[in-house]
Design a protein around this ligand. Sequence first.
Ligand code: NOJ
Ligand code: MG
Length: 584
Amino acid sequence: MSQHSAPAPSPQLFEQGGSPALAAVAKRRDWWRDAVIYQVYPRSFADSDGDGMGDLEGVRTRLPYLRDLGVDAVWLSPFYASPQADAGYDVADYRAVDPMFGTLLDADALIRDAHRLGLRIIVDLVPNHSSDQHEWFKRALADGPGSPLRERYHFRPGKGKNGELPPNDWESIFGGPAWTRVTEPDGTPGEWYLHLFAPEQPDFNWDHPAVGDEFRSILRFWLDMGVDGFRIDVAHGLVKAAGLPDLGTRDQVKLLGNDVMPFFDQDGVHEIYRQWRRILDEYADAMRPEGPSADGRGRETGGRIFVAEAWTPTIERTANYVRPDELHQAFNFQYLDTPWDAEELRRVIDRTLEAMRPVGAPATWVLSNHDVTRHATRFANPPGLGTQIRLAGDRKLGLRRARAATLLMLALPGSAYIYQGEELGLPDVVDLPDEVRQDPAYFRGAGQDGFRDGCRVPIPWTRTGPSYGFGGGGSWLPQPEGWGELSVEAQTGVPGSTLELYRAALAVRREQPDLGAGDAVEWLRAPEGVLAFRRGAFVCVANTTGESVAMPAYGRMLLASGEVTEAGGEAKVPADTTVWWTQA
Ligand code: NOJ
Ligand code: MG
């Protein structure tokens, strides 16, 4: 009988400078098809100047950690000039770095260092809305009704006798009406403007040609800076149904909901992405500028990519965003929404792969991000609670399931997204006091029971010290007691720690090309509550039940999220545990 714990990560991942393994992957122009992409939330990752707010220099100095973790690319949430009404998703200047995060020179240094280490950089693009402090919006307000600048947003007179009612019945995703009435330059109450999110985030009017021109220019600005791609915020929201029709229902949109709405998933958005794709394909690979650029056929040209944040009613609708002449990837929120349940997981995996196959795009998989309850907490919550509600739940159970869910995700064909801190098994911080909260959804009472600050608490790097190594000072959200025990320092080199599990999993994924490749899984017979599938020589078994199960030992065990024991060709897979095998 042998016990299995995480194997040591491949030594080559720990070399100084760029690692050959990463460099080899990065050199492939279609690197993104099976890439593991790590989301950095800059305010909470690492703080280089001790002001309590993470920054670009903090990210740059931690790039070797990400290289050693074994990810292929880093997606950074917005770091642009912004009043931070929605943590940077309210952009005042798309071509400037907010002083809180650093300078354009810091961004340049970060991109260069990442490339030297074999890591790709994806930046966040926010085209649905700007900040109300954007030059265009400030001028639109100052110039008064009829000003051409107002046409770049959605300004309308109000309804009612004196225009005192909003132009339609849409509600903001953060709660309250999606319209705010302005005070005109002469001091009188005037027109209303549309904001699907906070009032500080006025929606652009994408029917106005200046908006498209501006964003094409912004794309070029960052492509010239050398970024490897863009994550497109609210990619499903840019085009609104003509005439901005009333919903006529009291059933309004939920944060990150999947309902059909006149402001979401309108067919017109696709023309925008076709134009963007043509621009992207003009550019050579940022990591191989000497290499070939566009091949004129619109596919896999320069190794630069777009990923859509598109909440659509179905995964089939999501597939429209990744047609060959549009974007490369779209987040699979249907997967993120799926509870820890074998049958439901299998259904969403099959449906995803089927939906992506006709368009030839890789499936993507994601369990956590900066908008939802971390999966280590979510999977301990009662099923049906959704991705927003944050209850403390049973921490041990949540972590066990989270680790198993991660190994399942990393065994699927396609590309996977990791949110900073999940490799430490961080839970959501569910007990933040009201006075420290910053999420605008909290203040607007979006009708959700949970808010997003709980997944945004700064990362613990060290066991002790100011802000557990996040920076030299405090942290913009308080870190809970015991955070240091979850730190990178506390988990490094500890067999079976969540950090070492992630490192080992990513190292195996690199060595076993069957894991991310292709577009299909072959399901194997398994007891109820257990998922088992083959991909070439590789086999993954995930036990989602609360009981241990006996399964065949499918060859040589590569990795397991818990203590799997093996005897006489049989493996005992404990409750909520995933195990990887190879028959090679
Ligand atoms: C989605 C982002 O992920 C979220 O954080 C933000 O609040 C909204 N888009 C609005 O930009
Ligand atoms: Mg700082």
